[in-house]
Design a protein around this ligand. Structure first.
Ligand SMILES: [Zn+2]
Length: 116
């Protein structure tokens, strides 16, 4: 019986954020969004600089549209749903900006707090 991991909450003053669509755990601030032009297995996916309440699987090398990358699946640490992946390593110089960044599929996110 491990200790239950305490859920992190993003500060309220930072308005627009994304939550897990399944359990409403906070995932990322809109300010951390880098790009909306990614494609996941279930459609559109967003690239984030920083996310919270996720756990990482083992990194493995995969050939993606943009070349060879080492990526790890990421899960919601609250409800354990697979949300997307993390770029651990990019082998192409032009893709290095993705290293240490996170992809979350749009299908797993819901917008929360002050979007309009
Ligand atoms: Zn969740």
């Amino acid at each position: 019986m491990g200790k239950r991991k305490v859920e992190e909450f993003l500060p309220d003053e930072c308005h627009r954020r994304y939550c897990c669509v399944h359990c409403r755990a906070h995932l990322a601030n809109h300010d951390e969004l880098i790009s909306k032009s990614f494609q996941g297995s279930q459609g559109k996916a967003y690239l984030f600089n920083k996310v919270v309440n996720i756990s990482c699987g083992r990194a493995e090398e995969r050939f993606l549209l943009t070349g060879l990358h080492a990526v790890a699946d990421i899960f919601c640490s609250s409800c354990k749903t697979t949300l997307g992946w993390k770029y651990e390593h990019a082998f192409e110089a032009s893709q290095k900006y993705k290293e240490g960044k996170f992809i979350i599929e749009l299908a797993h996110m819901v917008k929360d707090n002050g979007w309009d």
